[in-house]
Design a protein around this ligand. Structure first.
Ligand code: S3P
Length: 171
């Protein structure tokens, strides 16, 4: 397995980026960073609090700063992004410049929405189905810019997806 390769996982909220990243890091025995978790640890508050009190624009700046920190950490080969990280051109450029391979976990809106609805994680940009669907639709063409696409369906576990990525991307 080519464990020199470093990957950034993108995709809409609720698709399972963090779970796939966790399994992938286990399978490849690599270190990983979850960008949302890094932001919350460094900012000492929840992402929902940042977006609700300071607005999305401020949150995006914080997100880019933390993306830079994550990319500068040596030895980290798996990075799970927030659902909006990859949609910002500057972030895509940073990820590419660091030589990371981008992987889009592609799924239907229904699949993501069902996970969002039943998740404990608060997602201020997906509080109602209509606005979440609009965001989902508008982001497809940007997620499409990732190097690899893997289809996530309800009958496949996040471990199945991680194994497929490990076999195909890292072989
Ligand atoms: C966001 C997705 C969230 C989090 C923030 C904004 C987005 O991460 O970064 O609420 O813009 O899609 P998840 O995709 O891990 O839920």
């Amino acid at each position: 397995m080519d464990c020199e390769k470093r990957i950034a996982l993108t995709g809409f909220m609720g698709v399972g980026k963090s779970s796939v990243a966790r399994h992938l890091a286990f399978l490849l025995r690599c270190d990983r960073i979850d960008l949302d978790a890094l932001i919350e640890a460094n900012e000492h508050r929840k992402i929902a609090d940042i977006i609700d009190s300071d607005g999305e624009a401020v949150y995006r700046r914080i997100e880019t700063e933390n993306l830079k920190r994550a990319l500068n950490k040596t030895g980290v080969r798996i990075l799970s992004l927030g659902g909006g990280t990859w949609t910002i051109a500057e972030n895509r450029e940073l990820i590419r410049k660091r030589g990371m391979t981008s992987v889009w976990l592609e799924s239907s809106f229904t699949h993501c929405w069902n996970n969002i609805r039943f998740s404990k994680k608060e997602r201020p940009l997906a509080r109602n189905k209509r606005s979440a669907q609009k965001l989902f639709d508008s982001r497809q063409e940007l997620y499409c810019l990732a190097d690899w696409h893997f289809i996530v369906k309800s009958d496949r576990t996040s471990f199945d997806i991680a194994r497929q990525i490990a076999e195909e991307v890292f072989s």
